[in-house]
Write a protein that binds this ligand. Structure first.
Ligand code: FES
Length: 143
């Protein structure tokens, strides 16, 4: 049985306007009735739950869309389909955790330092990105 947008909103706890937004972003797909009303397969509930969790951990919707693109559009995803998504999801979370741990370590060091040096501070200039762009005062040259 398919769901109307109102039923999907009620079951998922997500506003109808947000569901429409997700659909415009390619995160969710629906079919249309003869009367041009949206209908969602039941697995849309799982997709919406996935999107909400991703939002909670700060993954941009563009990246969520790329991961969800691994699921088939024309049929209900199987356990294997979701396992593939799960593997990608885990890689993405691991990457973010490593990044946050690095930020935490840099921040702890910088709280004790306080120099906020444009050249040396890893928080102001991560990975000396500015230095890789060339010599001289990069921020001043580009502003
Ligand atoms: S504040 Fe000195 S290195 Fe970041």
């Amino acid at each position: 049985m398919e769901l109307t947008v109102g039923q999907l909103a009620e079951r998922s706890g997500v506003a109808v306007s947000a569901l429409h937004f997700f659909e415009r972003q390619g995160l969710l797909t629906s079919t249309r009735t003869a009367g041009n009303q949206r209908r969602y397969r039941r697995d849309a509930l799982r997709r919406v739950a996935f999107i909400r969790i991703a939002q909670r951990v700060g993954i941009p919707l563009k990246e969520v869309a790329a991961i969800l693109a691994l699921l088939p559009d024309n049929r209900t995803p199987t356990r294997e389909d979701w396992a593939r998504v799960s593997a990608c999801w885990q890689d993405e979370l691991d990457r973010r955790m490593r990044h946050l741990q690095q930020l935490r370590d840099d921040f702890t060091a910088c709280v004790g330092c306080g120099c906020m040096s444009l050249a040396a501070c890893p928080l102001v200039n991560p990975g000396d990105k500015l230095g890789n762009e060339g010599a001289g005062p990069r921020r001043l040259l580009t502003s």
